[in-house]
Design a protein around this ligand. Structure first.
Ligand code: ADP
Length: 552
């Protein structure tokens, strides 16, 4: 009788009970790595410059101590725990200790304006915040505006702990001291939240993206696949992308999942600190954004350094210029893999991995192909549409709004009432792209940055990439500014490498590399360009400053 009942229930419920359920807790990754890859190193350059070597076994044990300490301090499942932290072994422990006990690891970008940090902390209602000692003054100045925060944990040893005005401050090492090494990771429900990251909010308030354990695990699996990031077991990864920015592109999960060594630079992002780490830790794979790599490449050039150990670098966050791809290859024998993604996409969505066909190409053809943002990773679907939402052909020419869907793509912003996707589940990325017949996606521009000149479109990204190829141009930014006849025309703003650089030289260089009618109406030389909190050019300020530059 009961057998028939179960059969009927299963039939009605439509559930297949033949395969096992699985633990959707990201802590399963560190638990695995602690057992299977115990000795694989996690190397950190601490704030003091000291190099500290941990490994997956230690991180696994210490994240359990942290999880248990959080429970003892009354942190409950699904509560947000904030962090203003650098890339260090302690941050790795937080990724597992906080999320693994069921709370939400809320990574906060310390480069944001203090008012935005206040907004984010209040919006997430953090009870507890982990901070690096260097950020204590920043938090002390705003803590009166943070009513939900009851305690601050300073990421240092007992001995390093300085006197602090922060509420109930304690050092990290003291906090986890009595934590239980035998802590058992809980089973969590299927859609349990794991991490929270806010977009930079260049317009309006930042918006929160709440990742689940399931989406994070699937993202890490997909990133580990052959068509993911192309990581290899023997790699030693330099993680220059900050852990606070979209989960450090998934590396805190991907690396232990695959038993890959991690090299974490802490605060040391300058050329000298990075090259020292690269050489001493035999780095083979480096992850970063173009602006940091620009500094590193220049440093290497000035000091005649070759990055011998590095074989590949994954670059994303903004478009990678042709000149950078070429310089990495010619000067350092490093293959550039471009990746594209955003906070809303966890972030891994496309990657431009080297293919056997590329190996056979002439260098110039290969570099051109590598300027594309790449093919979608399995799990992610892409399409391009016109302003009316009609699907555009994937011929490499038609361009339109890039829409995305998949198991680690946002559905709704944190605490918002309405979904961020359309009725069919597509999320509008705000990027304008082409997709070609081979499946390569290319970003033409961000919708808000594209220049509309006399009804035609000019890509600011293409112009910037062309200009930065000039040997005496350090960095280039193109914005659309008001024009009496054409509505908008491109203005090129450049940081010159020396005082000798002239407008004529820039125009001569661009000649033949861009369509004639794309030629910027003026070139302005500046000493500095503004960058947002994630290293992208901050064009809003420049648009305001140069709004009437072409109007007489
Ligand atoms: P923010 O920096 O504003 O927090 P994200 O990090 O989420 O936001 O930025 C996502 C955006 O960055 C994308 O929508 C795209 O415009 C840009 N981006 C990311 N990777 C690339 C790339 N490889 N090429 C060009 N643009 C990129």
């Amino acid at each position: 009788m009961s057998g028939i009942l179960i059969y009927i229930i299963l039939k009605i419920g439509g559930k297949n009970m033949n395969m096992q359920d699985w633990s959707k807790n990201v802590a399963s990754i560190i638990e695995y790595a602690g057992h299977i890859f115990p000795e694989v190193e996690v190397v950190t350059r601490e704030l003091s410059g000291k190099i500290t070597k941990s490994n997956y076994k230690n991180i696994s044990i210490r994240s359990k101590k942290l999880a248990s300490a959080l429970e003892k301090h009354g942190i409950k499942q699904e509560q947000c725990v904030g962090s203003l932290a650098l890339n260090t072994f302690r941050n790795m422990e937080m990724f597992y200790g906080i999320s693994g006990m069921g709370a939400i690891m809320h990574t906060i970008n310390f480069r944001l304006h203090p008012e935005q940090i206040v907004y984010i902390i209040n919006h997430a209602e953090n009870k507890l915040i982990f901070i690096e000692p260097v950020f204590a003054p920043l938090l002390e100045a705003i803590q009166d505006k943070l009513p939900t925060v009851e305690k601050y944990v300073v990421l240092c040893s007992k001995e390093e702990m300085q006197e602090s005005k922060l509420k109930d401050a304690v050092s990290y090492e003291e906090f986890i001291e009595d934590g239980d090494e035998e802590f058992v990771w809980p089973d969590l429900k299927d859609d349990a939240p794991c991490g929270l990251c806010y977009t930079s909010g260049t317009t309006g308030n930042p918006k929160g993206v709440l990742y689940s354990h399931q989406s994070t695990l699937l993202h890490a699996w997909a990133g580990s696949s052959a068509n993911g990031l192309g990581l290899k077991k023997e790699d030693s990864i330099l993680m220059v992308v900050p852990m606070f920015h979209v989960n450090g592109w998934g590396l805190p999960y991907l690396a232990p999942m695959n038993g890959i060594k991690l090299v974490l630079p802490g605060m040391g992002m300058d050329g000298a600190a990075l090259t020292e780490l690269i050489q001493n830790e035999n780095v083979t794979f480096a992850f970063g954004v173009p602006t940091i790599w620009l500094g590193l490449l220049n440093y290497c050039k000035e000091n005649n350094i070759k990055l011998d150990s590095i074989k590949e670098t994954i670059i994303g966050g903004s478009a990678v210029p042709y000149s950078m791809i070429k310089q990495f290859d010619e000067d350092h024998d490093v293959n550039v893999v471009q990746g594209w993604g955003m906070t809303e996409t966890s972030p891994l969505a496309t990657a431009n991995l080297k293919t056997p066909e590329m190996e056979k190409m002439a260098k110039d053809e290969m570099y051109q192909l590598q300027t594309k943002q790449g093919k979608p990773i399995y799990g992610v679907q892409l399409k391009i549409v016109d302003d009316e939402g009609n699907r555009l052909p994937e011929d490499g020419k038609a361009f339109g709004r890039l829409l995305i869907k998949g198991p680690w793509i946002i559905k709704r912003y944190y605490k918002h009432d309405a979904d961020a996707v359309d009725a069919e589940g597509w999320f509008d990325t705000g990027d304008i792209s082409t997709i070609d017949a081979d499946g390569y996606m290319t970003i033409v521009d961000r919708a808000k940055d594209v220049i509309k000149s006399g009804g035609e479109w000019i890509s600011s990204v293409d112009l910037e990439n062309a200009a930065v190829g000039h040997p005496e141009v350090v960095e280039a930014c193109v914005i659309g500014v008001a024009h009496e006849k054409w509505d908008e025309r491109p203005l090129l703003i450049v940081i010159p490498a020396n005082k000798e650089l002239t407008k004529e030289s820039v125009y001569d260089f661009l000649d033949g590399k861009i369509a004639k009618w794309w030629k910027p109406d003026d070139v302005v030389f500046v000493e500095e360009l503004p960058h947002g909190a994630t290293g992208k050019l901050l064009k809003t300020d420049l648009r305001e400053k140069y709004a009437n530059h072409l109007i007489k």
